[in-house]
Write a protein that binds this ligand. Structure first.
Ligand code: SAH
Ligand code: SF4
Ligand code: F3S
Length: 472
C-alpha cells in the first residue's frame, strides 16, 4: 500500500501522543476544580458503531480522571453521543438536552458535551450554537481522538468549542477503551459508508468508507479474548466491503477466517452486511468457520425492484433471494434477520405487498422495521412523498403481523433442541438468559456463577420472540 493512501486514512501516532499531553493537562485542571473524583454521565443513541465510539470516548475520559455515574443529576460532565438516522432519534436528543438546562443551573460547573452523527450536520451544530447556549462542547464523528484537547480548551478558557470539520479519514489506533459489556465485545473493523442509499444520512455524517488494518483488528481481537471476551461482534456499516480502502490485502471472508483461527472459546458475530457485496465466498467462509454464529443480518429494505432501485440499493429481489437460497443450502440452521423501511417516497400498497411476500419466502427470525423518515440532504428528501403517515402506520402494522406469524413458527420449531449460549444476567429474578447463535433469547433457571460462561440449554417452551429452557 502506498504511504500517501495510508496517511489520509490514519491519524498519525504523533497526533495521538500530542493528545496524551492534554490528558495530563485536563487531569490537573479537574483535580483543582472538582477534587478527587469528577463524574461523567455518558449516554449513547443509535447503532453499535456509536456504542463502540462511546467506549473510546469513555476510555479517554477515564484517563483524564473521570469516574462514571448513571444519572446526569450528579455528573460534572454530561456527554450525549447522538444518532441522526431518523427524525425521532434527533427529537429525543433535543428534548434531553433541554432537560439538562435546570440541572446545569444548579450545577454551574457542569460541562455539557454533544457529539456523534447528529452533530456532524452543520444545521444541527448551528441550532445548538444559537438556542442551547449552556452546551459547552460539540464535536462530530471525525474528532473523537481530539477530545482531550477540546475539553482542555473548554475547561481552561471557559470557551465554547464546535469541531465538526470533515477529515478525509480518521482511524485513530491506540485510543484507550472503557468496555462495559462483560463477556461481549464490539470490535470495529471499518468506518464510514460509500453506498449513498437514497434515504440514508449515514454517508454524510460518517464520511467515506475506510478499513482498519487486519493486524490492528487481530491484535485487538487477541486482547479481547485474553481479557475474557466470549462473544465478539465485528462492526461496520457494510462489513462485506471490508479491506478495499485503503487496500488491506484481505477481504471480509479472509478476515473472518483469520479471526476464527485465533485460539480460545468464543463466538464471532458481524454486522451489517450489504446484499450487494455479500458473496458466495463470504457465505462459504461463514459455513467453514465453526466460531462464527449461524446468524446473518442481511437488510433487504424492500422486496420490490422499483423501490430498491429508487433506494439505490443496487441489487434486485431475485439476487437477494439467490443469496438467501445459497446461504440456507450451506447452513441449514442459519437464522436470518433484516431491516425494512415502510413508506419510502412513492411506495404503493402493492409494492409493500412484495415486501410481505419476500419476508414469507425468506422466513426471517426477526425484523427491524422502520417507517421512512425524511433526512435533509439525502436524495430521497427531494422525492415526492404523498402517502399520509397514518396510512404508513397501517402498512407497518400489517408487515409486523406477518412477521410475528413467521417468527412464531420458527421459535415453535426450536422446542426440544439444544443450543449453546453465553450466559447473561436476566431481568427476571431467579432466571438467567442467553442468545442462540441465531440471536434468539432463551430464559432459564440457574445460579449467577454461570454468568459469562457457555452453557447448553434445552428449549422447553417457545413464545413468538423468546424461548424458555433448562440447563442440559
Ligand atoms: N448500514 C446498514 C444500516 C444502517 S442504518 C445497512 O446498510 O443495512 C440502520 C437501518 O436504519 C437501515 O437498514 C434502514 O432500514 C434504517 N434507515 C436508514 N435511514 C432511514 C430513514 N431515513 N428512514 C427510516 N429508516 C431508515
Ligand atoms: Fe445507509 Fe446504505 Fe450506507 Fe447502510 S449501506 S449506512 S443504509 S447508505
Ligand atoms: Fe445513527 Fe450514526 Fe449509527 S446516524 S445509526 S449512530 S452511524
Amino acid at each position: 500500500m502506498e504511504n500517501k493512501e495510508r496517511k489520509n486514512v490514519f491519524v498519525p501516532p504523533a497526533e495521538i501522543q500530542r493528545q496524551g499531553k492534554y490528558i495530563s493537562l485536563v487531569s490537573t485542571v479537574l483535580a483543582s476544580r472538582y477534587g478527587d473524583s469528577p463524574k461523567a454521565y455518558v449516554h449513547t443513541y443509535g447503532c453499535q458503531g456509536n456504542v463502540s465510539d462511546s467506549e473510546r470516548i469513555k476510555g479517554q475520559l477515564r484517563e483524564m480522571g473521570y469516574g462514571f455515574t448513571d444519572t446526569p443529576d450528579d455528573a460534572d460532565l454530561v456527554l450525549f453521543n447522538t444518532c441522526a438516522v431518523r427524525e425521532h432519534a434527533e427529537d429525543r436528543v433535543f428534548g434531553n438536552v433541554g432537560a439538562l438546562k435546570p440541572i446545569k443551573e444548579k450545577r454551574k460547573n457542569m460541562i455539557i458535551v454533544l457529539c456523534g452523527c447528529m452533530m456532524q450536520q452543520s444545521h444541527v451544530a448551528e441550532r445548538i450554537k444559537k438556542s442551547y447556549p449552556y452546551v459547552n462542547l460539540v464535536f462530530g464523528t471525525f474528532a473523537i481522538h481530539k477530545l482531550p484537547e477540546m475539553l482542555y480548551t473548554v475547561l481552561s478558557r471557559g470557551k465554547r468549542v464546535f469541531e465538526i470539520t470533515e477529515e478525509e479519514g480518521n482511524i485513530a489506533e491506540g485510543l484507550p477503551t472503557e468496555r462495559d459489556r462483560g463477556a461481549k465485545a464490539w470490535l470495529p473493523i471499518m468506518y464510514g459508508c460509500n453506498n449513498f442509499c437514497s434515504y440514508c444520512i449515514v454517508p454524510y455524517v460518517r464520511g467515506r468508507e475506510r478499513s482498519r488494518m487486519p493486524e490492528d483488528i487481530i491484535r485487538e481481537a487477541k486482547e479481547l479474548i485474553a481479557q475474557g471476551a466470549k462473544d465478539i461482534t465485528l462492526l461496520g456499516q457494510n462489513v462485506n466491503s471490508y479491506g478495499k480502502y485503503p487496500d488491506c490485502g484481505m477481504n471480509f471472508a479472509g478476515l473472518l477466517r483469520e479471526i476464527n483461527a485465533l485460539e480460545g472459546d468464543f463466538i464471532i458475530r458481524f454486522m451489517t452486511s450489504h446484499p450487494k457485496d455479500c458473496t458466495y465466498e463470504l457465505l462459504d467462509a461463514m459455513a467453514d468457520c465453526e466460531k462464527v454464529a449461524r446468524h446473518l443480518h442481511l437488510p433487504v429494505q424492500s422486496g420490490n425492484n422499483r423501490v430498491l432501485k429508487e433506494m439505490n440499493r443496487r441489487y434486485t429481489r431475485e439476487q437477494y433471494l439467490d443469496l438467501i437460497r445459497y446461504a440456507k443450502e450451506k447452513m441449514p440452521d442459519l437464522s436470518i434477520t433484516s431491516d425494512i423501511i415502510v413508506g419510502f417516497p412513492g411506495e404503493t400498497y402493492e409494492e409493500l405487498c412484495d415486501t410481505i411476500s419476500l419476508i414469507r419466502e425468506v422466513e426471517y427470525t426477526s425484523l427491524f422495521t422502520f417507517i421512512y423518515s425524511r433526512r435533509k440532504g439525502t436524495k430521497a428528501a427531494e422525492m415526492e412523498d404523498i402517502v399520509p403517515y397514518a396510512e404508513k402506520s397501517k402498512w407497518f402494522r400489517e408487515l409486523c403481523t406477518a412477521q410475528e406469524e413467521i417468527a412464531g413458527k420458527r421459535t415453535a420449531s426450536m422446542v426440544g433442541k439444544v443450543y449453546k449460549v453465553l450466559v447473561e444476567p436476566s431481568e427476571n429474578e431467579g432466571y438467567l438468559t442467553g442468545r442462540t447463535g441465531g440471536n434468539i433469547s432463551i430464559e432459564f433457571k440457574g445460579t449467577p456463577d454461570l454468568i459469562g460462561k457457555f452453557a447448553d440449554i434445552e428449549v422447553t417452551e417457545a413464545k413468538t420472540w423468546i424461548l424458555y429452557g433448562k440447563i442440559k
